[in-house]
Write a protein that binds this ligand. Structure first.
Ligand SMILES: Cc1cc2nc3c(=O)[nH]c(=O)nc-3n(C[C@H](O)[C@H](O)[C@H](O)COP(=O)(O)OP(=O)(O)OC[C@H]3O[C@@H](n4cnc5c(N)ncnc54)[C@H](O)[C@@H]3O)c2cc1C
Length: 272
């Protein structure tokens, strides 16, 4: 691991100043991906800017009826048990509670997961299905535009992800088939439906990062039931292939999980 300077920011303004002063810097959230990559020599930097003291990046609140705001620095564990989130979208609290193990959940953050955009991660599928808006220190980015491929996002190198905003769904659920050791998704499917009947479906575990499944969405727009997905399949050319699972196996799993997650969404209790 190369030497680097460690700085602890107290405010968004301090983060911005350090990101723009010409020193090569990286943002540190919980370190669950970044520090591993640095230890392996896959990434290096002259300076780490620790975000944990920036209070403006925390919070889980519903400031207006039908709207939820989540701070980028909320840990997975804190969101998994947050009453506001459980009431707003219980399936999203469930998603958080099934990330990794307790240790990773207590350090890993929503913002770190979204900025990292691991193609096997859970939050990106949830946020893409929920049509979230990702607010940075300078603009708002729709989830459809935020994820740009394998570990790719629309964030500029000096851009700070601050919070995520959501419109309340009528139903939301997420299911994944876990890689046994890490609990990363071999395949994961998230589905959201709103009061006007519109549906979005997002898939994680594809070769090129999180993506939507338009054919599945069309079928569920007509009839929100697992039966509506009969005959539909996920193109195996979209899926990753590695020691944990071949692409055709993952594509098959995606179809099975999509039907399962729709059933889960129908059964999940949502407060009105
Ligand atoms: C053993 C293990 C198992 C895991 N299992 C799962 C799993 O089952 N499901 C799952 O979804 N994930 C899983 N993860 C990933 C984990 O949940 C973390 O969310 C992820 O590693 C990001 O970690 P972090 O929040 O600590 O961010 P960091 O590692 O600190 O940062 C990750 C990247 O995001 C950037 N970044 C961080 N915050 C911001 C911000 N606010 N604005 C802009 N850029 C930012 C950093 O600069 C860095 O490039 C696992 C990780 C480990 C180590």
């Amino acid at each position: 691991m190369q030497d680097f300077e460690y700085c602890r920011a107290a405010s968004v303004e301090q983060v911005q100043a350090w990101l723009r002063d010409g020193v090569d810097s990286k943002l540190l959230a919980g370190g669950q991906s970044l520090l591993g990559a640095m230890k392996l020599g896959l990434m290096s930097t002259e300076r780490l800017i620790d975000l944990q003291d920036v209070a403006a990046l925390r919070g889980c609140s519903a400031p207006a009826r039908g709207e939820l705001v989540l701070g980028a620095m909320q840990s997975h564990a804190s969101l998994a048990r947050h009453e506001v989130l459980k009431q707003f979208a219980p399936g999203l609290a469930y998603l958080a509670s099934h990330i990794a193990d307790e240790q990773v959940r207590s350090q890993g953050t929503l913002g770190g997961s979204l900025a990292n955009a691991d193609p096997a991660a859970c939050w990106p599928a949830g946020m893409l299905a929920l049509n979230a808006t990702l607010a940075t220190d300078r603009r708002e980015i729709a989830a459809d535009d935020f994820f740009t491929g394998f570990f790719g996002t629309a964030l500029e190198p000096d851009e700070l992800l601050c919070r995520v905003q959501l419109r309340r769904p009528r139903r939301f659920a997420y299911a994944k088939f876990e890689q046994a050791a890490s609990r990363f998704a071999l395949v994961g499917v998230a589905v959201a439906q709103w009061d006007d009947g519109s549906v979005r479906v997002a898939l994680t575990g594809s070769a090129n990062g999180v993506l939507r499944l338009p054919e599945f969405e069309q079928a569920l727009n007509c009839e929100f039931s697992p039966q509506a997905l009969r005959g539909l399949s996920v193109d195996e050319a979209l899926m990753s292939s590695d020691v944990h699972g071949e692409a055709d196996y993952r594509a098959h799993l995606a179809g099975v999980l999509a039907a399962r997650v729709v059933q889960q969404a129908l059964e999940m209790k949502h407060d009105d």
